[in-house]
Design a protein around this ligand. Structure first.
Ligand SMILES: Cc1cc2nc3c(=O)[nH]c(=O)nc-3n(C[C@H](O)[C@H](O)[C@H](O)COP(=O)(O)OP(=O)(O)OC[C@H]3O[C@@H](n4cnc5c(N)ncnc54)[C@H](O)[C@@H]3O)c2cc1C
Length: 400
């Protein structure tokens, strides 16, 4: 940078997977750029995937879940403002408004992720969620004694929690509106396998049942189903999904979709000048999927964060590139690695020889005879091989 010139100021909102990946890439590409990262969470930046696995089980503590150590953060030379919720963004004056001093920016990166949906919050404000480190601390405090836990929602997080809680010796009932756990994501065959795997470990299910009310108290919850039956639990966990954490962007000039998602273009630019977006809160027009995608997985969030950093520092528009990816996720349940990539909405699903011991599974999703999605349990090599055959796919290992 020439003497006297002011450093370019980039403000990143959100210090999660996407925001921190963006900050790291910015620093790798430029020693001069001034980077401020603002996050509502009071904890130092941490990884969410271990929360519903090893942190909930107690196998690792909060420190191991951190995305970066103090030393690594210091090396990045970022102004990290934890515990600072952004209240508003003024895209005309280019200012981020917080309860503390405002943050001026030249370029802004929105990476606020999502927030859990809690439909019964009014009648049961004590209902537990599993999204943040603070949530896990509360849940672990709840579960000091053997308990019966009702988990509302049989998606990935609900099932991961079920697996961990069974491992800790708690009773678990999963209430799921679909006919099988994960069914809306992976289809009925794989859902049936997942159900069998969890039942084998003693998880009870209420399937095809909607919750109409949650009442009681934090340590004596009552979940009422749509057939009038009640499911009692010492603890009730709500795991019915998330929505983009973007309420504070309304009226900012950043266009949001009907579900609050940030509508970005193919380069991950928003509708406001020099405002970019990355991570779970963003939808973009995916060339390979031929539709807008919003992905709630760690790998995509990091890829987008890095991509935005590169676009933002590109010397001219001709050097910028469209973002695209084949969505990839992993999960871990009962010690087995579950991996998925691509789309699970194919017109044909081939499930290869599910073992009777229920320890492995390979499911291929075909569209018009073409492989468009793959999901495996306990079969990482097969997964890598099949993933590389997806359109735009590439081999990978867990957590990449
Ligand atoms: C319990 C759990 C387990 C998961 N397990 C897996 C897994 O096994 N595999 C997988 O692929 N994915 C998993 N995921 C999903 C993965 O963690 C997310 O895809 C990823 O964290 C998204 O990154 P992000 O940066 O978009 O959002 P986040 O990581 O959520 O970070 C967003 C940050 O923005 C901050 N923020 C929000 N609003 C504001 C505001 N107004 N002001 C300031 N800061 C704000 C938040 O505090 C947060 O720290 C899991 C998620 C959870 C919750």
């Amino acid at each position: 940078m020439s003497p006297g010139a002011r450093a370019r100021r980039v403000c990143v909102i959100g210090a999660g997977a996407a925001g921190l990946a963006c900050a790291e890439r910015l620093r790798a590409l430029s020693a001069d750029v001034s980077i401020t990262v603002v996050d509502a969470d009071a904890d130092q930046p941490y990884n969410r995937p271990p929360l519903s696995k090893d942190v909930l089980s107690g196998r690792v503590g909060a420190t191991e879940a951190r995305l970066r150590s103090d030393e690594q953060l210091a090396e990045l030379r970022i102004d990290l403002r934890a515990g600072t919720p952004v209240e508003q963004v003024d895209t005309t004056t280019r200012t981020v408004v917080t309860k503390d001093e405002p943050v001026p920016y030249d370029d802004l990166v929105l990476a606020p992720g999502c927030t859990p949906v809690t439909p019964w919050h009014e009648s049961a404000p004590w209902i537990r969620t599993l999204h943040s480190l603070a949530d896990v601390r509360v849940l672990r405090d709840d579960l000091v004694l053997p308990s019966r836990v009702v988990i509302v929602g049989g998606g990935l997080i609900g099932l991961e929690a079920a697996a961990v809680l069974r491992g800790l010796g708690h009773g678990v009932v999963v209430v799921e509106a679909g006919e099988g756990p994960l069914q809306r994501i992976v289809g009925p065959q794989v859902a049936a396998w997942m159900e069998g795997r969890h039942r084998k470990e003693g998880v009870e299910f209420e399937l095809g049942r909607r919750v109409v009310a949650v009442s009681g108290s934090a340590h004596a919850g009552v979940v009422t189903l749509d057939d009038g039956r009640r499911v009692d639990g010492d603890v009730v966990v709500c795991a019915v999904g998330v929505r983009p954490a973007t309420q504070w962007l309304v009226g900012s000039g950043v266009e949001l979709g009907s579900r609050g998602e940030i509508l970005a273009d193919e380069r991950l630019r928003t509708t406001a000048p020099d405002v970019w977006a990355a991570g779970d809160a963003v939808s973009w027009p995916s060339a390979s999927a031929e539709r807008r995608l919003r992905v709630e997985h760690w790998t995509c969030a990091r890829e987008q964060g890095r991509h935005v950093a590169e676009q933002l520092l590109a010397a001219d528009a001709a050097q910028t590139a469209a973002f695209d990816t084949v969505p990839y996720f992993w999960s871990s349940q009962y010690g087995a690695l579950l991996q998925g990539a691509g789309s699970f909405h194919g017109d044909e699903v081939i499930v290869d020889g599910p073992s009777t011991s229920l320890d492995s599974l390979v499911a291929r999703y075909l569209t018009g005879g073409r492989l468009t999605g793959v999901l495996t349990v306990g079969s990482p090599r097969t997964f890598q091989e099949l993933r590389s055959r997806l359109p735009g796919g590439r081999p990978t290992t867990a957590a990449t």
